[in-house]
Design a protein around this ligand. Structure first.
Ligand code: SF4
Length: 283
């Protein structure tokens, strides 16, 4: 079957060839209980993250470069993926967190038809999504966790392989923002949408545009402002990305968050801008 699951719509026959997302079969890099997501996601025992290999977006600054380019990882079957859902649940995971899943959407949907855990399922995406794929993902997703990386086509062309990032990401985030928020009595998130935005060096203007976009979404949406950009990946010829953001840049975006009246906000401690926060891959 020719794959059109993501906006690249490269049409690869993945039974024979790799797609533009660099993957063919079903391949993962790691699964474990992750303690460093937003508090109602990591909650008490950790989020049951499954890191999927490959990515159509190909951010030049990707902190998971080896995984997003599928240079490492382990091929598994759909049945083995369903077994991983069960194993993470048995380990006490507070949720199942599917990290960069869309290139495997049909496999993941099939795995959930084999075993659906009794804990929330999180769809953790770069935001570059087709609505028709999100509608399929919605059949098993409780919490949307999209990035909103850029509005500027110039920035997305410079930093990813996709100048049309915002053309797809903005309606995708609007779709995901419709999910009603719900928490249990202890504060664990059961349903909803958390939009993440990573402030980029020299990217304050685009960040402020993103804050204003989020401010116009339903007020049940949560916004996670991330300050941990750290130079990674293939950025030798992009000089502005060879530094972390400054306190001045961070404060400007934070002021925009306050001015826009956003209330449901998670802020990330700048001390988390360390490479030691990048997982060590298992495969
Ligand atoms: S998910 Fe991969 S194979 Fe499918 S359309 Fe996107 S880039 Fe191509």
């Amino acid at each position: 079957m020719n794959c059109t699951q993501c906006p690249v719509s490269c049409g690869a026959d993945r039974s024979k060839n790799k797609g533009a997302c660099s993957v063919q079969g079903l391949k993962i890099a790691k699964y474990y209980l992750h303690p460093f997501e937003e508090p109602p996601i990591s909650f008490k025992n950790g989020s049951g993250c499954i890191f999927f290999c490959g990515c159509p977006l190909k951010c030049r600054f990707c902190q998971n470069f080896e995984v997003s380019r599928a240079q490492r990882g382990k091929d598994i079957s759909v049945k083995e993926l369903a077994d991983i859902f069960r194993e993470l649940e048995d380990m006490g995971a507070d949720n199942i967190n599917l990290v960069t899943p869309t290139q495997y959407l049909s496999d993941i949907a099939e795995a959930f038809s084999i075993y659906k855990p009794h804990i929330p399922v999180i769809y953790n995406t770069h935001g570059y999504e087709k609505i028709e794929s999100l509608k399929i993902a919605d059949t098993f997703t409780d919490i949307w966790l999209p990035d909103l990386k850029f509005i500027s086509p110039e920035l997305s062309a410079r930093y990813t392989s996709r100048p049309d990032y915002a053309k797809y990401a903005l309606p995708a985030v609007e779709f995901m923002a419709q999910k009603p928020a719900a928490f249990d009595e202890d504060g664990k998130m059961l349903s909803g949408c958390i939009i993440r935005h990573l402030i980029m060096p020299l990217g304050v203007e685009d960040s402020i545009n993103i804050v204003n976009f989020v401010a116009a979404l339903p007020r049940t949406v949560y916004f996670s402002l991330m300050s941990q950009y750290t130079p990674c990946g293939d950025i030798k010829d992009i000089p502005e990305l060879n530094r972390r953001i400054t306190s001045r840049e961070y404060k400007k975006v934070l002021a925009a968050v306050e001015a826009a009246g956003l209330e449901n906000v998670f802020l990330q401690d700048k001390s988390s801008a360390e490479q030691s926060f990048i997982p060590k891959w298992d495969y």
